[in-house]
Write a protein that binds this ligand. Structure first.
Ligand SMILES: [Zn+2]
Length: 291
């Protein structure tokens, strides 16, 4: 499985935490406006990589590490260990070494990460922000600053004040309490090789991550798209979309912009190799896996 990509002087590493065991969901529930007819028509090209024989979508759970000449950045932090997730039996208090092994496999330790950023504050993108130490949630990356969208954080903090949201409590607020969060706009430029790219809809202030000096050489999508099926049919909604119409417009707009360019697109939840170039396919798009 290919895990490292080079874009000029930017290196991208995939850190796969689980594929696909932790990410199997009934596809008709996951995509509420997907019809059984369209699914039947699409099954032959979705199976076996993106769909299993029980019509469950197969999602890769992964983070990306980006090394620019100035920073080593973790983009999204997956599920994490020891988290109370009774609604998700596969994730509940899990204790595996996959994520840390993947970090070690690319020659890095937690001390090497300068910046952690979360494309949005959903459960599967914040987990390794923290780890359990003597009964307390502490930042996993001892030297890192954590870049969050101010608007996204405000939204989830307010929602959490109403009814506690476990992953906000154990994986986001401890970072804020430790004084390690930097709140930015979703178009923030970290350095001359890495910029945030507003891609709202799936959540209120979702961003993607744009890589490359002076051009979009690469993009890490976060969850403005979840499956190759949503590339072929960008109008397919995801069950958790904050504003589904906006999410559709963002997805189609981004795919149109990326189509027929050499931009390396790193799709957060696409099956391995998860990365490639966007090409036109009918009224929609497909990802041509990176060679
Ligand atoms: Zn996700």
């Amino acid at each position: 499985m290919r895990t490292t990509f080079q874009l000029g002087d930017v290196t991208i590493h995939r850190l796969v935490e689980s594929e696909p065991a932790a990410g199997l969901r009934d596809i008709l529930a996951f995509f509420p406006n997907l019809t059984p007819e369209l699914l039947a028509e699409s099954r032959h090209w979705l199976c076996p990589d993106a769909l299993d024989e029980k019509d469950r979508i197969k999602l890769c759970m992964q983070s990306f590490v980006v090394q620019t000449p100035h920073h080593t950045v973790l983009v999204d932090s997956c599920l994490g260990n020891d988290k109370d997730r009774p609604a998700h039996p596969n994730w509940h208090r899990k204790r595996d070494t996959a994520f840390m092994d993947a970090l070690a496999a690319v020659g890095l330790t937690v001390d090497d990460i300068d910046v952690v950023t979360c494309t949005h504050l959903h459960i599967d993108h914040v987990g390794w922000n923290t780890r359990l130490e003597n009964g307390r949630w502490v930042p996993t990356f001892p030297r890192a600053r954590y870049l969050f969208s101010a608007r996204e954080l405000a939204f989830w903090t307010e929602r959490n004040a109403g009814t506690e949201i476990p992953w906000i409590v154990d994986s986001v607020l401890p970072i804020v309490a430790a004084g390690r969060a930097d709140l930015v706009r979703s178009d923030h430029a970290l350095d001359d090789h890495l910029r945030l790219l507003p891609t709202p809809g799936h959540t209120i202030d979702h961003f993607a991550v744009e890589l490359g000096r002076g051009r979009m050489a690469g993009v890490i999508t976060g969850d403005f798209i979840h499956s190759p099926l949503q590339a072929r049919y960008p109008e397919i909604r995801m069950m958790l979309d904050h504003d589904a119409d906006q999410a559709v417009a963002t997805r189609r707009g981004m795919l149109e912009r990326l189509c027929d360019t050499d931009t390396l697109c790193c799709f957060a939840h696409f099956p391995s190799p998860s990365c490639g170039q966007v090409r036109r396919w009918g009224e929609g798009f497909r990802c041509e896996p990176a060679a």
